[in-house]
Design a protein around this ligand. Structure first.
Ligand code: 4AD
Ligand code: MG
Length: 478
């Protein structure tokens, strides 16, 4: 009878029928009169058995891992006591070799595993992707992006696609990749935020998934030179509360940040959406067996309180001189000192903090001088030495910062002053400034690193595992 062509994940309804499946030899066990193949086609795994005449050919005897084959036969339910992926097994009566692979002597098919030299794993990433863990992470990534889009639909946000080629910076000049653009200087985008802000008057609340690029010389497990950035921008948030509470400064801050942060928390609806889908929930379980959706509301700690917390817990940071060079103690080691208000909370301290707390935590209200030019100041701080901003970072255990966000300066003059302070030329930002000229509005937004989120969700050691082809200093291959 005619064999029905099928993908492996669609086989269930074809049990007891003759089917035709194409894929790669994922596992291979050759016994005297019988060959067991685990076939992989990207949608799943299928156990197949070759015996009798189909197993007695030269090709069957010399079959190798990762070869491409076409298998035809009867799909049978596996007898009780035996297990197979999907609960069925293909009894092959006809098969064809479509593309052979090198076999046992080959570095990839024979020796490569998670403990192999990282640089070899990176060079052979295109083959490593064929492994179960790597492909599961990418499958979960696809499901996560879909879940985020669903969460945004619930929030009435419209998706836009922003450009990668830009002539303005967002997060400081130091991390810009610069290149020649028809004889003019241009950059690879660091963030789509400024473009999202320009969408508020035409599309309302918006979000995007776009690659962001950072020329950071950071060889850490959470930095990439190119990463997928999910960003959202929301208009008319907290304006009334801000006005109402302007007198009681502290309360106004907590009110505004509270309702702003609520939106950021809602993006974690994506986790709920994801876990409701059985296939995605199974992937999470496999990759991160102890994962539990975090309880809400998340802990919120202001920057100033966080500095005190670090000191209470004895978490110090390396001392620096005025030029930013490390100060050494008598034994030549970096001198460690307590944190003071105004200090940046470096990655190491931040990680220790999240690991001790052990659950998601919002750090908020950072000093302006540690943060980007566009961040709105907490009102009522005029004349104080250090000014704080309506800003927040969401930190996750194991990963650290996964979201950075803030309210934006919505006043024209204040924005011009911010450009000046940062030494930026306002002329190239005319289109951004115009938002404050043609009907400004209070608004805020955030950016989430998709790879960092995935590293948290799937409990991966590094973000390099959470992207198809990772880029970090010195690496842009494959
Ligand atoms: O904190 P960042 O730099 O904030 C912005 O770019 C804002 N303009 C976003 C906005 O408000 N629309 O970056 C946001 C997030 C970080 O929290 C982190 O998760 C991720 O982007 N990120 C990186 N991920 C991987 N590799 C890097 N080098 C990253 N830099 C930032
Ligand atoms: Mg940040």
């Amino acid at each position: 009878p005619e064999a029905k062509k099928s993908k492996i994940n669609r086989l269930e309804s074809l049990r007891t029928q003759r089917v035709r499946v194409m894929g790669w030899v994922h596992r291979l066990r050759q016994q005297k009169d019988i060959t067991f193949i685990t076939l992989r086609d990207g949608t799943g795994y299928l156990q197949a058995v070759l015996s009798g005449v189909v197993n007695q050919t030269y090709q069957a005897l010399t079959l190798t891992l990762e070869s491409t084959v076409e298998l035809v036969g009867l799909l049978q339910e596996v007898p009780e006591g035996k297990t197979a992926p999907g609960g069925h097994e293909l009894v092959v009566d006809y098969w064809k070799l479509l593309g052979a692979a090198p076999g046992q002597e080959d570095a990839f098919t024979n020796r490569l595993n998670e403990k192999s030299d990282p640089s070899i794993l990176a060079d052979l990433r295109h083959l490593v992707l064929r492994g179960e863990t790597s492909s599961n992470i990418l499958r979960l990534r696809a499901a996560l992006l879909a879940a985020f889009r669903q969460a945004y639909a619930k929030l009435n946000c419209t998706e836009v696609t922003t450009p990668c080629i830009v002539q303005t910076m967002v997060e400081g000049g130091a991390t810009l990749f610069k290149f020649d653009y028809y004889g003019q200087p241009a950059f690879l985008t660091q963030s789509s935020q400024l473009y999202l802000e320009t969408c508020l008057p035409s599309l309302g609340d918006v979000f995007c998934f776009q690659e962001s690029f950072r020329a950071e010389n950071s060889h850490t497990r959470r930095h990439l030179a190119e990463y997928t950035h999910m960003e959202g921008e929301i208009g008319f948030i907290n304006f009334d509360q801000l006005m109402d509470h302007i007198e009681a400064l502290v309360r106004a801050i907590s009110e505004t940040s509270t309702s702003y942060l609520k939106h950021a928390i809602q993006i974690c609806d994506a986790v709920d959406i994801l876990l409701k889908d059985p296939a995605s929930a199974a992937l999470v379980k496999q990759l991160n067996p102890t994962f539990e959706a975090p309880a809400r509301p998340f802990l919120r700690i202001s920057y100033v309180d966080a500095i005190a917390w670090l000191n209470e817990h004895g978490i110090k940071h390396p001392a620096e001189d005025e030029a930013g060079n490390p100060i050494l103690d008598e034994s030549g080691q970096a001198k460690m000192v307590e944190h003071a208000v105004g200090d940046d909370i470096a990655e190491a301290a931040e990680r220790q903090m999240t690991d001790i707390i052990g659950k998601p935590v919002f750090l908020h209200s950072f000093p302006a001088e540690l943060k980007a030019f566009y961040m709105k100041k907490i009102p009522g701080q005029e004349g104080s030495k250090l000014t704080f901003t309506e800003s927040c970072d969401l930190l996750m255990p194991n990963v650290g910062e996964i979201v950075g966000g803030s309210m934006r300066i919505d006043d024209f003059d204040e924005l011009i002053a911010a450009y000046r302070r940062e030494g930026m030329d306002p002329t190239s930002y005319y289109w951004y400034t115009d938002q404050r000229k043609y009907g400004t509005c209070p608004h805020g937004g955030y950016g989430l690193g998709v790879e960092r989120f995935l590293a948290w969700l799937a409990n991966r050691y590094t973000v390099r595992e959470c992207v198809l082809y990772p880029r970090w200093p010195g690496r842009a291959t494959p």
